[in-house]
Write a protein that binds this ligand. Structure first.
Ligand code: HAM
Length: 436
């Protein structure tokens, strides 16, 4: 904030006003999801939950912050996430803490800490919640965003990779999404990757000077990431670069082949993309993304893959794993762009109208009876006239229940169908039976 040259008192006032203005704005890259949107979120999480149940995955709730070391070691300290994007702070006990940028490392930490290796394998876990990355905000990219994440831990079998890819596709199928593309690659393992790394560096050597500055710095530390650089010049340089696929060891090649046969068996259409390396260091063998044709540049609704060495990287035993995460904001943006249904929008069924102020307590009692019978109901708390209560009823509910002195004396309610514009006198029991 640039502070203009002012007298001291004016200057203090200026700063105070600016601070107050900031305090009533959500931080950059975050957003409020309000009532006209939250029902869509509930619908999407419900579908995720249903699919997880059907595939045998159990929901877990893990901490929103973890020791920084977990992500530094797990996600990899040459990744953009660890180098530039983590929300890290020192807590009052002097520990370095990070708001989770993703869930996979936490899932693996939890598997080790809770000795899930002693239970049935693979351990099948899923979770949903906010993640935090200090990225440049744009459509579909936020600093706080929500991921649905699932992980299968403890199994090597490529059929589990198949289950993971199928699981993600099943969520989008149930949500009614179309125009999606599954892109797939194998990034090899610590046996074959060093050979590939060398071949790639060798290929890039003669064009090193033309690479963008970021890719120059990646050349020694993490040359595979040069393959998915978005700069046109780096894209052109890597156009005909050797592919990891051509350097896979027999074990990785066999794994990939069995996965491809499985995808073929279930009729899944995938596109092979030799440039797909993903932005997290832990991947081995399978890496995949699902891209939406209806989002702008932030078009990945889902990213995942296998990470057989992550558990060891964070100081645990060998635990092979595979999973994916999907950004809920991007899923909702795609659904909106494609006009998908979000189920029924919640609305009040009944608005209870007190014809006179003396009927308000009876109106309250009627409203409570309706609510106890699971019929959503509301009433006026602002002392409005009957006319404006009826106006509220018409804009917020399907039916109005009108109570005045004469209805109270007779033990009935004037029940009005606000769209058919019909009305009749009914007892509360009759109303309940009609609306249930
Ligand atoms: P990721 O590709 O970093 O992978 O993120 C997965 C998904 O989260 C993306 O495809 C996107 O939908 C969403 N996403 C990521 N960053 C943002 C953002 N800044 N704003 C909005 N949405 C975002 C992972 O996080 C891995 N942990 C996935 C995984 C699970 N791999 C194996 N298991």
């Amino acid at each position: 904030m640039a502070v203009p040259k002012l007298k001291r008192a004016e200057r203090d006032k200026f700063i105070l006003e600016a601070v107050i203005l900031e305090a009533v704005k959500a931080p950059r890259g975050t957003r409020d999801v309000l009532g006209d949107e939250t029902w869509k979120w509930a619908y999407v999480s419900e579908i995720c939950r249903n699919v997880a149940d059907d595939y045998g995955y159990r929901e877990v709730h893990l901490p929103i912050f973890e020791h920084t070391e977990l992500f530094a070691r797990g996600v990899g300290d040459t990744t953009d996430i660890v180098e530039k994007e983590m929300y890290t702070f020192t807590d009052k006990g002097g520990r370095s803490i990070t708001l989770r940028p993703e869930l996979t490392a936490s899932m693996v930490r939890s598997y080790i800490e809770n000795e899930m290796n002693k239970g049935p394998q693979p351990a099948k876990l899923w979770g949903i919640g906010p993640m935090f990355r200090y990225e440049r905000p744009q459509k579909g990219r936020y600093r706080q965003f929500v991921q649905m994440d699932m992980e299968a831990l403890g199994a090597q079998d490529p059929l589990v990779d198949l289950e993971v890819i199928d699981f993600s596709m099943e969520i989008y199928r149930r949500l009614g999404l179309s125009n999606l593309q599954v892109v797939l690659n194998s990034v090899g393992c610590p046996k074959c990757r060093p050979v590939y790394r060398k071949a790639l560096q060798e290929y890039l050597k003669s064009r090193y000077d033309d690479l963008c500055d970021t890719c120059k710095s990646r050349y020694d530390r993490n040359p595979l990431r040069i393959l998915d650089c978005k700069s046109p010049i780096c894209k052109e340089i890597t156009e005909n670069a050797p592919a990891v696929m051509e350097h896979l060891c027999p074990e990785c090649a066999e794994h990939f082949d069995r996965l491809m046969r499985g995808l073929d068996k279930i009729g899944a259409k995938v596109v092979l993309d030799k440039r797909l390396v993903r932005g997290l260091d832990y991947y081995t063998k399978t890496a995949y993304e699902i891209l939406s044709g209806d989002l702008g540049s932030q078009n990945a609704v889902c990213g995942g893959g296998r990470y057989d060495n992550l558990a060891e990287a964070i100081g645990g035993p060998h635990v092979p794993g595979v999973g994916f995460a999907s950004g809920i904001e991007r899923v909702i943006l795609t659904m909106e762009a494609q006009g998908c249904s979000f189920g029924r929008k919640p609305e009040n069924k009944v608005y209870v109208v007190a014809a006179e102020p003396s009927a308000r307590l009876d109106a309250m009692a009627l409203m409570r009876t309706l609510r106890m019978n699971r019929i959503s109901a509301d009433m006026d708390y602002m002392g409005r006239s009957m006319k404006s209560q009826m106006k509220n009823a018409a804009s917020t509910a399907l039916y109005a229940c009108i109570l005045g002195t004469s209805e109270i004396e007779k033990g009935v309610v004037t029940f009005k169908d606000l769209s058919a514009k019909t009305q009749e006198e009914l007892t509360p029991e009759q109303i309940i039976n009609k609306l249930k």
